[in-house]
Design a protein around this ligand. Structure first.
Ligand code: NAI
Length: 340
């Protein structure tokens, strides 16, 4: 057989493998906001995953360059580039999972809520695209304020008659990643063994690390509890200030976002026992229709909500303190969708 024909056959076989629906790793992941500070390193991490057969990148600027660059990496994931609104359809069609880091980041002195005016519209637009073109996909919202952008997304899906609360997630994984790191460093533990649930929301006091549930069991003095909790709640601001006007956490967020995406994809493919915290529709705290707690992930998204577990007195106070703020953030998202 001449080399050319043999190459053609091999190439055909490879293409068939990528497109085959029987392959367990035949997953399409779409990144909206792919050319941004988070979008680029997140896409780089996703491109390396054998779980993903097609990585579809969408942004309003610079997508062709990012896609061309990533497409030269010799992994089997196919990368496609999509810019401008009409191309959103091609990016989202047949997507199994959509991750949304599109939107402006904080500058020093800003709260996440200060981003609402700009990011609410961006998320609403992109969520509408998801509801229309890939209503069954897992939707992972990174864009801030997560406490409001998740309710916006849920309302958009409800308006389109395709809402599935088991599949819409606010990505709070960075709070867990930070909590694990800070506790490991402060207690001189192996960071790979440390696991801290972080519940509530994703902004300031609404972020509630449950240090009493740390694995392995760790004892903290009252002073350590206060210092560590405050640091975890303000860790994003630490990065915003260190970057001095050049944005917020991007690299650690890309790492955290990739971890969450991989967990969801592994669970979707039938792997058991995968758990992550995420900000989702919830009945755990009656006043708060959305709340982050540890979740068991399964083929269809949330398989079980593990709730809060036993809280220490310190954490009970933290929970009381976060309810008014988180309730306001959630209500703002719900109202935005109704009135804008
Ligand atoms: P960035 O400004 O570097 O990138 C945002 C990207 O979104 C840009 O490439 C921009 O062109 C794109 N974009 C804007 N409007 C768009 C639209 N309508 N459609 C598609 N793409 C659009 O910002 P960065 O640093 O990547 O942050 C993105 C978001 O993630 C911010 O809202 C930030 O606050 C949030 N964030 C969330 C974290 C979390 O833990 N959930 C942690 C860190 C940041």
């Amino acid at each position: 057989m001449c080399t050319f024909i043999r190459r053609m056959r091999i190439s055909h076989l490879n293409t068939a493998r990528w497109l085959s629906t029987s392959r367990t790793n035949n997953m399409k992941v779409s990144v909206l906001g792919a050319a941004g500070g988070i979008g680029q390193p997140l896409s780089l991490l996703l491109k390396q995953s054998p779980l993903i057969s097609h990585l579809a990148l969408y942004d309003i600027v610079n997508t062709p360059g990012v896609a061309a660059d990533l497409s030269h990496i010799n992994t089997s994931t196919i990368v496609t580039s999509h810019t401008e609104s009409p191309e959103l359809y091609h990016c989202l069609k047949d997507a199994d999972l959509v991750v949304i880091p599109a939107g402006v980041p904080r500058k020093p002195g800003m709260t996440r809520d200060d981003l609402f005016t700009t990011n609410a519209s961006i998320v609403k637009h992109l969520a509408t695209g998801c509801a229309e073109h890939c209503p069954n996909a897992f939707i992972c919202i990174i864009a801030n304020p997560v406490n409001s952008t998740v309710p916006i997304t849920a309302e958009v899906f409800k308006d389109n008659g395709v809402y599935n609360p088991k599949k819409i997630f606010g990505v709070t994984t960075l709070d867990i990643v930070r909590a694990n790191t800070f506790v490991a460093v402060s207690k001189d533990l192996d960071v790979n063994q440390v696991s801290i649930p972080v519940v509530g929301g994703h902004a300031g006091v609404t972020i509630l690390p449950l240090l009493s549930q740390a694995k392995p069991t760790v004892n903290f003095s009252n002073e350590e509890l206060t210092t560590l909790t405050t640091r975890i709640q303000n860790a994003g601001t630490e990065v915003v200030e260190a970057k001095a006007g050049q944005g917020s956490a991007t690299l650690s967020m890309a790492y955290a976002g990739a971890r969450f995406v991989f967990s969801l994809l592994r669970a979707a493919q039938g792997e058991r026992g995968i758990s992550e915290c995420a900000f989702v529709e919830s009945t755990v705290v009656p006043e708060l229709p959305y709340f982050s707690t540890p979740l068991l992930l399964g083929k269809e998204g949330i398989a079980q909500n593990f709730g809060l577990g036993k809280l220490s007195d310190f954490e009970k106070k933290g929970l009381e303190a976060l309810i008014p703020e988180l309730s306001k953030n959630i209500e703002k998202g719900i109202r935005f969708n109704k009135f804008e």
